[in-house]
Write a protein that binds this ligand. Sequence first.
Ligand code: F6P
Length: 541
Amino acid sequence: MSNLTNSNTWNALKNHQNQIRKFSLRDLFQDPNRFLDFSIESDDFLIDYSKNIINKQTMNLLFKLANESKILDKIQDMFSAKKINWTEKRSVLHTALRDKSKTQTLINNKDIKSDIRESLNKIRIFSNKVRDGVWKGSTGKKIKDIVNIGIGGSDLGPKMVCEALSYYNDGPSIHFVSNIDASDISETLKKINPEETLFLIASKTFTTQETMTNADTAKSWIKEALGNSSVSKHFAAMSTNIPAVVKFGINKSNIFTFWDYVGGRYSTWSSIGLSIAISIGYERFNQFLIGGYEMDCHFRESDLDKNLPVILALIGIWYNNFFKTETHAILPYDHYLSKFSAHIQQLDMESNGKNIDNNNSVIDYTTGPIIWGQPGTNGQHAFYQLIHQGTKLIPCDFIGFKKSLNPIGDHHDKLMANFFAQTKALAFGQTKQEVIKGLSSKDFKDPDINQLIPHKIFTGNRPTNTILINKLTPKSLGKLLALYEHKVFVQGIIWRINSFDQWGVELGKNLAKDILNSMTKNDLSRNDSSTSGLLKRYKNY
Ligand code: F6P
């Protein structure tokens, strides 16, 4: 048994779960103060976690677990540049990218904040030039379309933010190409004119197969249309690997760098966010950074029982480890956030999908959940049936805004009525008596009623967090994203794993290279019988 599962607090939580699971949320809500006891308002954010299967004892035990994991020390370790990504010997300092304080952040006695300021200044100047039409393509035309070519963290984050803030877009149109499937880039190239297009090649390593293949295709397309010398006016890159970018043929002055202390899935705040600055303007991009910084301050300064990321993390652990739930749904009630769950999926699953702990031992408890989700109202007509009446318990985060960016008629009230109704239905369900009452009032007669009753019962007791934010702005989006980043970090601390490496993506990448090699050499039989059987049929078609 590991120290964690052997600890008194872990066992106390197990025993406590055995008791509290006998209570329903209807029982727990007999306490009229429950909402006030289990919700936090912090500036423009309200998190209501009262519709969870918890009471004060649950939270006290979870806070004890957090304290025993030395959460506050570990937070300090991250912000003070300790190499907490120890398997890659790196500090974890995406927070420094959005740090608006005057405090230095030292790595090897050098303040990294001056490099960060310089990089932000370069983003500001360049994004202004492109937006103002000062930056021109090789034939003298203004840039109308930006194509970000990247994958994983070099795609999902900026794509999510550009879409989430598309209401504020007043610059060129932004497109994203990520898939190595040629259909992705082909469909994008159909929509754009080479003379008016700027490609941003986003890759931390500048070696990722998907990105380099798409970048080569884009370069050939530009060269074919505008000639070999046009590359410098139609390509820029964001990367930590300057020599590789130069080798690709991009001018040094068009390279936006960042550093190895910024993980791919945390890189939206770095020059990887250049597409965001071009889309909404540097000032708004900076507001997004300020939002992230405000959440960092809240995270560092708030007591655990008032700390939004800590509370979300502990509640996640409560279900994951003590109710043995497998998944966690993220359900934004805002059309602009339609890519939010996809980004959090990478953030969470690539960070905490680990089975070896920081002592190099195999873990005997479950770690990161499967994260999934879609915008809520669409989900209601698709997969909510299973959340309400399926056999699996699925904790959900409901994210909504008090004010709509498009206040037309009663759209927003209707949207938000659904938002509030769903968490109510999930928590309290519908009893047999309520079903009978409802059916009788609609003139249903026996035996129809008896047959229908079990189908129309909702057990309730299905847990949700509600995150209610004043308005979707660059700043509130920055806060929301940083909230989830820190939630994932806290969970990783409690699970005693390194949330900042991603060795699990390597094997497939290496095997793909081997297989491509064996396909090129037509030497298919050196694989297992399934793989070579499949390869032969693929090649023979
Ligand atoms: O495959 C995983 C990964 O390494 C992610 O962590 C990263 O965001 C993505 O690939 C892209 O990597 P790069 O930015 O180096 O192209």
